[in-house]
Design a protein around this ligand. Structure first.
Ligand SMILES: [Zn+2]
Length: 376
């Protein structure tokens, strides 16, 4: 079956915004920055903006290459619900594996997001979101570890995986062993005191996050769930150079001993490092989500880079879409287009047969995800 028609398991995505998004709000959802574009310019002036105008516009009954202003105007006229339904149905996803830990009150739930696509959706629980949720209950530093373990176990009962954003919050260049109980109480106490003073619980303390990671890892080990790790591009608040996943080699090796699959998310600009880890470690999987959308016209070259030495049985499809149904649609469309072109060129050059290409496509589209995410 050609990859153009192959249903894809989106192994990492987020919910969709139900809001009527105006010119500014729409652009904010396809920017990775908190900063506005320079005066007199807009977010459509980059490859992702071109892709929205070229490939999403016809689904809104507009001509390709319509202006950004006309696109947003038509989006408002049709209504967010209709636009989301059209774009999601046309994405032809098999199922959605949704991270529910980011701005969950501003977006559709994972069930609602799946319903828009007309496909099943499954939840991935973000460890740091549960740390923040438990801290906000006013629990004491001494009782935090117990309360957190109970809440994470409860929240992950129906989940197909856990996720950590350790790299966003404190980079991968941190100690990787589980902290001792006394260290945890001390670190939680200091962080909660500072958070109460600031009126906001945002975890960035490496000791507390390491604790969360190891508690999450134990759940993954017991329940045979994969652990997703965010890598690189995907948040403005990072020290990019220290988000290289090879810093986390010791933790990855420990998870290999526990037979916990690690799925490295996004990975740009560390696509080579992610491939190397997936080559060496039995438990490492990776994707090139999000960056195919941002690369848009260059998505074929980016996917080629992601497959330089990539093991076909370790590579996963994801959109990393957040908020905009356009990002789901384009994520699937650009991936299919690029992957088909790459496989066709390999057939043309004699590197593989048409049968091999079908097998590779099937692995990446669904089989790899089903091997590690139970019940999807
Ligand atoms: Zn994401």
């Amino acid at each position: 079956m050609p990859i153009e028609t192959l249903p894809l398991i989106d192994h990492h995505c987020h919910g969709i915004s139900p809001a009527q998004l105006d010119w500014k709000q729409f652009q904010a959802l396809f920017s990775e920055s908190y900063r506005p574009p320079p005066p007199g310019t807009n977010e459509f002036q980059k490859p992702l903006g071109l892709a929205i105008r070229s490939f999403c516009a016809p689904l809104l009954d507009l001509e390709p290459h319509v202006s950004g202003e006309a696109y947003v105007e038509k989006r408002l006229a049709l209504g967010a619900a209709e636009v989301n339904r059209r774009l999601m149905r046309t994405s032809h996803l098999d199922c959605l594996i949704v991270d529910t830990g980011h701005r969950s009150s501003a977006i559709h739930s994972f069930e609602e997001t799946g319903a828009l696509a007309g496909r099943p959706a499954h939840e991935v629980v973000r460890i740091e979101a549960i740390i923040e949720e438990v801290a906000a209950t006013g629990v004491s530093a001494e009782n935090f570890a117990r309360a957190f373990a109970d809440r994470l176990a409860e929240r992950s009962a129906g989940a197909v995986g856990l996720k950590s954003i350790v790299a966003y919050r404190c980079t991968f260049a941190i100690p990787q062993s589980a902290p001792a109980p006394a260290e945890i109480v001390k670190a939680v106490g200091a962080w909660m005191k500072a958070s109460q003073a600031a009126g906001k619980f945002r975890i960035g303390d490496p000791t507390v996050i390491r604790h969360g990671l190891w508690v999450g890892a134990e759940i993954c080990r017991a329940k045979k769930l994969p652990l997703q790790l965010h890598v690189g591009f995907g948040d403005p608040d990072i020290y990019m150079h220290a988000c290289d996943p090879t810093h986390f080699t010791d933790f990855i090796a420990a998870m290999e001993k526990w037979q916990v699959p690690i799925t490295l998310l996004h990975n740009w600009p560390f696509l080579k490092e992610a491939q190397w880890l997936s080559e060496v470690f039995e438990n490492v999987y990776y994707d090139a989500g999000v960056i195919l959308n941002y690369g848009a016209a260059e998505s074929e070259n980016i996917l080629r880079e992601a497959l330089q030495i990539g093991k076909f049985q370790k590579f996963l499809f994801s959109t990393d879409a957040f908020g905009l149904s356009e990002l789901y649609y384009l994520g699937a469309f650009l991936f299919r287009r690029a992957f088909q072109r790459i496989l066709d060129s390999w057939i043309r050059d004699g590197f593989c047969s048409a049968k091999d290409a079908d097998e590779i496509a099937a692995l990446v589209a669904r089989t790899n995800a089903r091997r590690i995410y139970q019940g999807v």
